[in-house]
Design a protein around this ligand. Structure first.
Ligand code: PMP
Ligand code: GLN
Length: 387
């Protein structure tokens, strides 16, 4: 629970600081290697960096259109067609947002009535809970069970009530690295269709998959009309500071979420939109290479953590992997991570931050592996000296 802040309304008490800010500050204070907050330590392809600079020099510095520039919307449409088999009309079915974060916030703020319920899988990305609270809605969680992070179909069914407005899905999944199987996506789709629910699917790690190809929920039968598919340039191109994201859905859903988006940021950074359009159109080869490199880094960190005595759980996607700390410590993950920074100079994220049911998450710790090889090697060496 975060500190109580005077003046802050009741809905947001409990969300006063994020675990990412806390642990990144700890990394700075202790001079630690930061394997906590999810940002890579090398930037994306030169092509898109040059493109952003060129866009500024070419004078793309005023408000872009509310939906996003047409070049980017077309590039998103053809990317979705090529990679995910999804058809979106760039004019009516694509909305560019300030990162996936704003797309998620806009969905929850525009689709939920006060008291509606939002179903999400636990552990869940922290902004889902905060934005559900901002919308005056309630979350209902469906547990993902380690080590494979599977869920009971009955648990999903039981989470649905007559107040359920939408199901929030995240695949590949932060923090676990789980990639929902086709069978699991079919279970979710079946529940959504039978109860006539909207599904918001956060697919920001769509290109960071190591074992099987990414499957978009909207590609399943009967799902295109009820799914909002969210993604972002942040992880795909290693530009987390650019904050270019997008939501794709049928025109009525886009019209609803645009109503919220226009009063949050109105529009977002014009030059970066030109650069990401170019990236989506021209960087398919880069994406394949980047994923192969990340797979090696995942394996390097997993092996190092195992040697250091952690129980490493499988990660099939994202740039995170999860460890069980019980072989090393009786402490909870938060205490463990704070001590680890002091003792070893390495920072990770206690996974309890992603749980309502703290008891289920207390012994898990999340590690981020999109760092230079020598940084991961140094981190592993420091962890080996822990005792
Ligand atoms: N969803 C998930 C699951 C994330 O991990 C993140 C953060 N990396 C976001 C959304 C936010 O993405 P963006 O930086 O594009 O706002
Ligand atoms: N998505 C990133 C993570 O999970 C953090 C982004 C943020 O700090 N909000 O680490």
């Amino acid at each position: 629970m975060t500190a109580r802040i005077p003046y802050l309304n009741a809905r947001l008490q409990g969300y006063t600081s994020t675990i990412f800010s806390e642990m990144s500050a700890l990394a700075v204070a202790t001079g630690s290697i930061n394997l906590g907050q999810g940002f890579p330590d090398t930037d994306g392809p030169d092509l898109i960096k040059r493109s952003a600079i060129r866009a500024i020099e070419d004078g793309h510095n005023q408000y872009p259109p509310l939906n996003g520039i047409s070049e980017l919307r077309s590039a998103i449409a053809s990317h979705h067609k090529r990679h995910n088999g999804l058809d979106f009309d760039p004019v009516t079915e694509i909305l560019v947002t300030a990162g996936a974060t704003e797309a998620i916030a806009s969905c929850l703020l525009s689709l939920c009535e006060t008291g509606d319920e939002v179903v999400m899988f636990e552990p869940y990305y922290d902004s889902y809970a905060a934005c559900t609270a901002m919308a005056g809605a309630q979350r209902r969680t469906v547990p993902l069970r380690a080590p494979d992070w599977s869920f009971e179909p009955e648990a999903l069914e039981n989470a649905i009530t007559n107040r359920t407005r939408l199901i929030l899905v995240n695949t590949p999944h932060n923090p676990t690295g789980k990639v929902f199987s086709l069978a699991e996506l079919q279970v979710i789709a079946d529940v959504a269709r039978r109860h006539d629910l909207i599904v918001v699917t956060d697919e920001v790690y769509e290109h960071l998959v190591y074992e099987s190809p990414h499957v978009s929920l909207a590609s399943l039968p009967g799902m295109a009309e009820r799914t909002i598919t969210i993604s972002s340039a942040a992880k795909t191109f290693s530009v987390t500071g650019w904050k270019v994201g997008w939501a794709c859905a049928r025109p009525e859903l886009i019209a609803a979420i645009r109503s919220a988006k226009q009063f949050l940021t109105y529009v977002n950074a014009a030059p970066f939109q030109y650069a990401i359009a170019e990236g989506l159109n021209q960087c398919d080869d880069y994406l394949v290479e980047a994923t192969a490199l990340l797979r090696e880094k995942r394996d390097l960190l997993a092996a190092g953590l195992e040697t250091a005595g952690f129980k490493v759980l499988p990660s099939h996607g994202t740039f995170f992997l999860t460890t069980d700390i019980t072989p090393l410590s009786d402490e909870d993950g938060h205490t463990f991570c704070r001590e680890l920074a002091q003792r070893c100079g390495v920072v990770a994220i206690p996974s309890s931050a992603f749980y309502d049911d703290k008891a289920s998450g207390w012994h898990f710790v999340r590690w981020m592996f999109s760092k230079r090889r020598e940084v991961l090697e140094e981190a592993v060496e420091r962890l080996g000296r822990r005792q």
